[in-house]
Design a protein. Sequence first.
Length: 141
Amino acid sequence: MSTTGIKTLDHAPQVFAEWLNQLCEDLEWPDKSRAYLLLHETLHAIRDFLSVDEAADLAAQLPVLVRGVFYAGWDPSKTPAKPRSKKDLLARVEARFDKDPLDDPERAVAAVFDLLRRHVSKGEFDQVKNAMRKPIRDLWD
């Protein structure tokens, strides 16, 4: 059923659910709210580790609701964040899982990177990956 008559908007919840379902399947997680939190925190970490231009380029390829999550609460004047080590990225994501810690934070973050690999162009994926420091890039492989 079409609510707005705008395909991108009418299908946005379904597309977002597909992303969460894929993430749950990849990590063998039954909890979509946990997958959402992982997606949210990892997207924000990626966004804040990139230059403003590179973050905008990546966002342009994201589905509308995923793009909204990506941009939520962003202060471009504070990007790229410093420091930007692998440890910093993982700590940032892990901090939101203080009540129910991630078993394997690297695997969880890598699953979000893999989700991006499946949904954005290879060129954009490679640009974002190469904009990261080498230890973080290893998570993208």
